[in-house]
Design a protein. Sequence first.
Length: 504
Amino acid sequence: MILTASESESKGGAELLPSLIKRLQNLWYRRPVRTQILIAFLAVTVVTSLFACFLKVLDAGNRTRIEMRASMDLAESFVRETARSLLNETEARNLLQTLEAQLKHLRHVRIEVVRANGERGPSKNRPPQEPSNEREPASVPRWFIEMVRPPANRFNVPIRVENQPIATVLIQGEPSDEIAEVWNDYRTMLLLWIGTNLLMLSALYVVLGRILDPLVGLAGAMKRLEHGHSAVRVEPPKVRELRMIADHFNQLAAALDAVNAENSRLCRDLITVQEEERRQIASELHDEVGPCLFGIMVNASSIEQYAQPLPEKISSEIASRISEIRTISDRLKSINRRLLKKLRPIALGRITLKELITKLSTEFELRHPNIRFSTITNDLQLSYGESIDLTIYRCIQEGITNALRHANPKNIVVQLAHETITGPDGEAAYSQISLNIRDDGEGIRDPAPNGFGLATMRERVRALNGTFSLSGNWPSGTAIDITVPAGRSTGEKRLAAEFFGNRA
Ligand SMILES: Nc1ncnc2c1ncn2[C@@H]1O[C@H](COP(=O)(O)OP(=O)(O)O)[C@@H](O)[C@H]1O
Ligand SMILES: [Mg+2]
């Protein structure tokens, strides 16, 4: 489609407005609610206040005009009444001498006497040549004077004695006092308004904080709950409605905590039962199946010996069957061995933890020659007792199996180290075993699917008061980080010393 310049311009203009509105909306909704409410409050207050100021200025103008008018009317009628009753020139002169003094208390007017010979009498305030309504009160802003000042107004009252004009009294409006007064009122009102609004804004800020801060805390607690920290609780806020929400949240978290604890207990029971069952099956396989297979082989050998004196045809037939029995027995033996290894690391407690892990890794390596396995161990003790050794063994076994089964990696790295954690004073505070299993496979999609393998790992570690963290960086790589306190019971230490004494 070809657009002419004006078409494309109008189209651009039409698109500009919605995009501008969208950008403003984004900007607005990205602000915290507290800021939004404060801005809205401020905007409404400023608009209404500007309107109120405008009305007030109009009112001030009217007020000044009315005041001026009243004062000037009063002055004029006073001068006219007094002038009407004059009998002779002496009285008139006396009046002109005292007129200003008499009217000096009259506000908002300026009296000036111009005698018949053009001579001007003393003025009340200022030099007579300056027009009175151009005099501006000090400290009142010009814009205010311009808006409030009434139009210039003056009266001339002629003074006559026996029909002879002897002087003229000029009465002029003098709005500066009134404007200054109105400005003072206006300024006080403005300061009051600013003070009140600042106070209201501060109060609103505090109140909103008291309402919104607990909500933010609640959101954070919910996020923590979502990530499995069911021990999280929120401080009940002072606001009644929020306190109810917080109480319900705490009850929910407590219920979840209880369910999790029950779940953990069941899982640990399951692990214990599973380990026990595995141990029993392993010992059956070892103690029963092994000797049975041995018996079969021994019997097969003796049958072979008994068959030797028999005729050639029969003895060779028997020998071939015996060979088949041996092959089957060998296969059964290797299956038995493999099963035993899977069920329970037979060497557990007989070789060191380092050797046990290296052995496990080598077995995986033999079965998966295309994958590079790296096993790094640092400062390990010979053994940490059966429960810790078995947990580490099982975690590595499950971690590597998961990587092989789900991730198709090229490299698998297992790092196992004994770490001494120092306190703030530099003293050794406690020691722990740190295990990291990393692969560069496909990673885990978020959210991680639930499986028995990972749950079991987590529970095994939790049972030893350790920490477990899994980060599946989809689309590449998975990392499992485990720490387990390295403590061992005194009994276990003694046993290990006896067992590995000669190798320590
Ligand atoms: N190293 C890994 N790489 C990719 N995905 C993994 C890895 N470990 C676990 N997973 C994912 O997590 C899920 C749960 O694992 P797990 O609890 O061991 O159960 P299972 O192995 O029986 O499926 C797996 O099904 C898999 O999708
Ligand atoms: Mg698994």
